[in-house]
Design a protein around this ligand. Structure first.
Ligand SMILES: NC(=O)c1ccc[n+]([C@@H]2O[C@H](COP(=O)([O-])OP(=O)(O)OC[C@H]3O[C@@H](n4cnc5c(N)ncnc54)[C@H](O)[C@@H]3O)[C@@H](O)[C@H]2O)c1
Length: 305
């Protein structure tokens, strides 16, 4: 195996100006890739914009002796997403990998969630992942190769409070990834998801007032974004040539493969069902396999550190 896993590849990392995206961009560069660092430098809620975060990542890559360019176009619109891919082609003449990582949060309990909270999060995460993926797809098809790595979240895979917009977008991304994997397998193109865990701007709003909360946050702070980067680089590389349509998670030094939804139990009635039959017989039988109202911390109930 080559010492550098993505040597010569051209990689777009959206949201590469900070957090997990920066860590992935740096590891891609360390492993021989040329990187398009895409970031609008927005606040956590998507407002504002600055080229500085992307420039800082570029500087860090240059310090490693790597090559990187900056794209400050938003993933959340079709036209600007086209420019992100055009940036890779103009700068490096090709595109091999898209890492859909850009993200914002607008957490609000469901009955208070505004259409603006909903649309802005769907636009960056779900629509943005489609727009950038789609902009690269024709190039991938023509060259008969390419890899997508999308960031999903246990908020969508399992659940969380106050994140209807984010959870829906993140589970939508899983279906998008699977669909891309199915449609583009014939062209040698792969698509996988990672549910990352990291102490970053996105998780820094976790309260740290009581001694217990402080102790928990101190542990969480050790879950640095770079722990997610090796899996992203591996999935982008030829070493993962048989890996597609899968959902993984990375949490500190743990890696997980996630299940995907399948029927868990069935009931059958030779005469068909009335609502009363369902109440009396069907549902009591199915109930044995109901899935609880779990949140991510209920399933990831042990600390990784
Ligand atoms: N941190 C975690 O524990 C965690 C958990 C699950 C999923 N994720 C996912 O991982 C990804 C990275 O998260 P992070 O924690 O590093 O967050 P972060 O806020 O540190 O980074 C997100 C980056 O995306 C950029 N961005 C926002 N809107 C953009 C747009 N329209 N176009 C281009 N760039 C844009 C921001 O400027 C920012 O630099 C996100 O998709 C997030 O949902 C993170």
């Amino acid at each position: 195996m080559s010492t550098q896993l993505v040597e010569g590849k051209v990689v777009i990392v959206t949201g590469g100006g900070g957090g997990i995206g920066r860590a992935i961009a740096l590891e891609m560069a360390r492993q021989g890739a040329r990187v398009v660092i895409n970031d609008i430098g927005a606040g956590l809620d998507g407002a504002g914009g600055s080229a500085t975060p992307a420039e800082e990542t570029q500087e860090l890559i240059r310090e490693l002796g790597g090559e990187a360019v900056i794209s400050t176009d938003s993933v959340s619109e079709w036209e600007s997403a086209q420019r992100i891919v055009a940036c890779a082609l103009d700068s490096f003449g090709r595109i091999d990998v898209v890492v859909n990582n850009a993200g914002i949060l607008r957490d609000t309990i469901f009955h208070k969630m505004s259409p603006e909270d909903w649309l802005s999060v769907i636009n960056v995460h779900l629509n943005g992942s489609f727009f950038v993926s789609r902009a690269a797809a024709e190039h991938f098809r023509q060259q008969q190769s390419g890899a997508y790595v999308h960031m999903t979240s246990t908020s969508g895979l399992i659940g969380n409070f106050g994140q209807a917009n984010y959870s829906a977008a993140k589970l939508g991304i899983v279906a998008l990834s699977k669909s891309i994997a199915l449609d583009m397998q014939r062209y040698g193109v792969r698509s996988n998801c990672i549910a990352p865990f990291a102490w970053s701007r996105m998780t820094s709003s976790i309260p740290a007032e009581t001694p217990e909360q402080k102790a928990r946050v101190a542990k969480l702070q050790q879950m640095t974004p770079d722990k997610n980067a090796p899996l992203a680089v591996y999935l982008a590389s030829e070493a993962a040539e048989h890996v597609t349509g899968q959902v993984f998670a990375a949490r500190h030094n743990e890696l997980f493969l996630f299940s995907q939804t399948r029927p868990v139990r069935s009931v059958h009635s030779a005469e068909g069902w009335t609502p009363q039959d369902i109440a009396e017989h069907g549902m009591p039988a199915l109930k044995a396999s109901f899935i609880g109202l779990d949140r991510s911390p209920d399933v990831f109930s042990w600390d990784p550190i």
